[in-house]
Design a protein. Structure first.
Length: 311
């Protein structure tokens, strides 16, 4: 590792997108910077060295994480040991607060500058995490403007940076053009299904999304359905799920064409997450869903401070 190395830890597709944008901006300032840690294909396309597959960090829920806890703790200890021994220029954790804040805290103690990109939703649930944030990082990069006064109240340096999607979308997308690009009829309604990028999300939500769409087609035979896969692994899983349905040929599955699906859609059924922001930027009406184990749901509900599961 050189003195020009910045460590970035991203745990899912949305973090990979943000990480790639951050790398691009930093490389414009200093082309000699190097990046390593955990990231996905967008970051790797810019020369990022991912030590393990990003999917290793992609887990949600309280009960759901228990089966992965030994693996995650081992990975975090490994990263702490590595970067304490060979300190990077800085460490940036992108979202994934339950993994990243512990890592950031240990590296901060070792004198390494630490930044947390994407404020944990401390204003929505588990507000006590703000004290963990204060101990873990030197600076917070927040996506939402109202988060800055909140952090100022707790004497935590924070900067509002917005979301790069707001700069990109909707761009040049037009509904009729997107429908034509996907091979859809331009004179029939389109429903887009976005069941998430995590394996667990697809497992919990995709079957319900597909069955809901098929029931809607029973009532509205002209309805066209586009099921968007976030990556190759999700594409294969969705193919297998759709293949078990009797009307499998009425659902179009697309890979790496989420934005085309959103542009083509008249309405969207979407998993809670960054995809809701994308859907909003396309000005499409949406129904936002999420599903947890019964125990995780009860535990989350007790700590929630807002009545919504999305932005």
């Amino acid at each position: 590792m050189t003195s020009k190395t910045i460590v970035i830890i991203a745990g899912e597709a949305s973090g990979d997108l943000l990480g790639a944008g951050l790398m691009t901006a930093l490389l414009e300032r200093d082309p000699n910077l190097q990046f390593e840690g955990i990231g996905g294909p967008a970051m790797e396309a810019l020369g990022f060295n991912s030590l393990v597959p990003m999917e290793r960090l992609s887990v949600m829920g309280l009960v759901e994480v228990l089966g992965r806890l030994p693996e995650l703790l081992f990975l975090r200890r490994r990263l702490i040991k590595k970067y304490q021994a060979t300190p990077p220029l800085a460490m940036i954790g992108i979202d994934a607060p339950d993994f990243n804040l512990g890592l950031e805290a240990r590296l901060k103690q070792a004198g390494i500058p630490t930044v947390h990109y994407v404020s944990p939703s401390v204003w929505a649930w588990r507000e006590d995490r703000v004290f963990t944030v204060a101990k873990a990082c030197h600076h917070v990069l927040a996506l939402l403007p109202f988060e800055i006064p909140y952090y100022r109240q707790h004497d935590i340096p924070a900067t509002f940076v917005g979301h790069r999607l707001a700069d990109e979308l909707p761009g040049e997308w037009h509904q009729a053009g997107a429908q034509t690009q996907l091979g859809l009829k331009v004179d029939a309604p389109v429903l887009a299904l976005l069941p998430g990028s995590r394996a667990m999300e697809v497992k919990q939500l995709a079957s319900q999304f597909i069955d809901t769409a098929l029931r809607l087609q029973d009532s509205y035979p002209q309805l066209q359905v586009v099921l968007a896969a976030a990556n190759q692994a999700r594409y294969k899983e969705l193919q297998n799920l759709v293949a078990t349905r009797t009307k499998a040929d009425t659902i179009m599955i697309v890979l790496h064409q989420t934005r085309a699906a959103l542009a083509a859609a008249d309405a969207v059924l979407v998993a809670s997450g960054t995809a809701t922001l994308e859907t909003m930027l396309f000005s499409r009406p949406m129904l936002v869903c999420y599903r947890l184990s019964p125990i995780s749901y009860r535990l989350f509900k007790r700590k929630l401070q807002v009545p919504y599961v999305s932005l």
